[in-house]
Design a protein around this ligand. Structure first.
Ligand code: NIG
Ligand code: FE
Length: 402
């Protein structure tokens, strides 16, 4: 069925700008955008259904390109500890942090993980997110990483969302490998990645490059195997210190390097040359009460595409609203609302390797869009959370978000 969506304005995000079309019309067919433009330029296209969007602002469906939303348990006690003055690194060193979520995730069944992850993903969907990345990394053994990645696949099958699964086996050192980080990296390279990729569970490979996680040399071993398997890479880099993981990621043509508070201008130059997206995560910055800002001016100056994401995870960013992150990206990082929205659409698509099909309202792209009941696109970054009235259209069909 061919749909004609009319009586709306569009912020297309073409070239990363609002690129506004007043009194816009979209024609969708077979899940794709067949035509978009101003009403007066609409060619005579026969259609089956006409939809009145009542003056709404239409944007691409939001894309949350960095989440850890599959996990067992929660870490609200650690939140209290941090408020009492204990640092993230200290909690990790005491066996808390990621390790405590690993214990809870290993204990949970696949169905239990699916149920809790579905609740979180539905909240994102209701906030306008139609494409989502989900990382493993709280299993840290073959069976538990597989369990997490299978949950990611099942989310994509059971929810009206596009879900990309990223293997983050190199997130932390599991207790059974204590003192043997190189052996664990060997296990990831020789067993985990080839097996999980062979099972079709992996769209990209990520790692955590940090003193309390893995060194650049260890990350590079993982990246080499990812490339041998034909998988793109991403990296948690420069979140707590500067190890130049982002430049390493760029050398491996990474889709993205994420966090980046401690990156240098040279890292930004390397990322720009490689086309690696900078994924900014203001929720983790906020919750850790970080004071070191990512070098936004250097990223702008060198033309590095900036994405914005929730980093939804139980430790450093229990964030259930991507729009809230747009606000924080503006308020804390000084992005403009236009940059923030591009960061949750066009550039987030690129960070997932989906630039050809998602992230902007253009002919030929997937017909995923939100019709927001707002007066101006900047409102998407202005309101602090809440539930903005909207209609969610995925693959050209309006969906009920519940
Ligand atoms: O993106 N930096 C590492 N990983 C997560 C935190 C995970 C956790 O603390 O559970 C992050 O912030
Ligand atoms: Fe993360």
């Amino acid at each position: 069925m061919k749909h004609l969506w009319q009586n709306c304005h569009a912020a297309t995000m073409k070239d990363g700008k609002y690129a506004i079309i007043e009194d816009a019309v979209l024609v969708t067919y077979a899940g794709r955008i067949e035509w978009i433009g101003p009403r007066e330029a609409l060619p005579a296209i026969p259609y089956d259904v006409e939809v009145d969007l009542n003056g709404a602002w239409v944007t691409p469906g939001l894309i949350d390109c960095h989440t850890h939303l599959v996990f067992g348990g929660d870490r609200s006690r650690e939140f209290e500890q941090r408020l009492e003055g204990v640092s993230y690194a200290e909690i990790a060193a005491q066996g808390g942090g990621i390790a405590s979520t690993v214990r809870a995730t290993r204990e949970a069944s696949e169905d239990e993980l699916l149920e809790s992850a579905t609740r979180r993903a539905r909240k994102l969907l209701r906030d306008g997110v139609t494409t989502l990345e989900v990382k493993s990394g709280y299993g840290l053994d073959l069976a538990s990483e597989r369990k997490m990645l299978r949950v990611a696949r099942r989310l994509g099958e059971t929810l009206p969302m596009t879900v990309r699964a990223t293997c983050l086996a190199a997130h932390a050192l599991p207790p059974e490998y204590a003192g043997r980080a190189d052996d664990y990296i060997g296990h990831i390279c020789n067993e985990m990645l080839p097996t999980l990729a062979g099972e079709g569970l992996v769209d990209a490979v990520d790692a955590f490059c940090e003193h309390l996680a893995f060194s650049p040399a260890q990350v590079e071993r993982v990246f080499k195997v990812a490339h041998e398997l034909g998988l793109p890479v991403k990296l948690h880099a420069e979140q707590l210190s500067s190890l130049h993981g982002s430049a390493l990621a760029a050398r491996y043509q990474a889709l993205s390097a994420d966090h980046l508070e401690y990156m240098t201008e040279d890292d930004a130059i390397a990322m720009a040359a490689a086309g690696t997206v900078a994924v900014l995560l203001p929720g983790a910055f906020y919750l850790l009460r970080e004071t070191q800002l990512p070098p936004i001016d250097a990223l702008r100056k060198h033309g590095v595409a900036m994405a914005v994401s929730t980093d939804l995870n139980p430790g450093t960013s229990p964030a259930l609203s991507l729009r809230m992150m747009l606000n924080m990206a503006c308020t804390s990082f000084r992005l403009t609302p236009e940059e923030a929205l591009a960061g949750a659409t066009l550039h987030a698509a690129k960070a997932l390797g989906l630039a050809d099909s998602h992230g902007s309202l253009e002919e030929g792209k997937v017909a995923d869009f939100i019709a927001w009941d707002i007066e101006r696109p900047a409102e998407l970054a202005y309101w602090l959370g809440g539930d903005l009235p909207k209609r969610v259209i995925r693959h050209g069909q309006e969906i009920d978000c519940g």
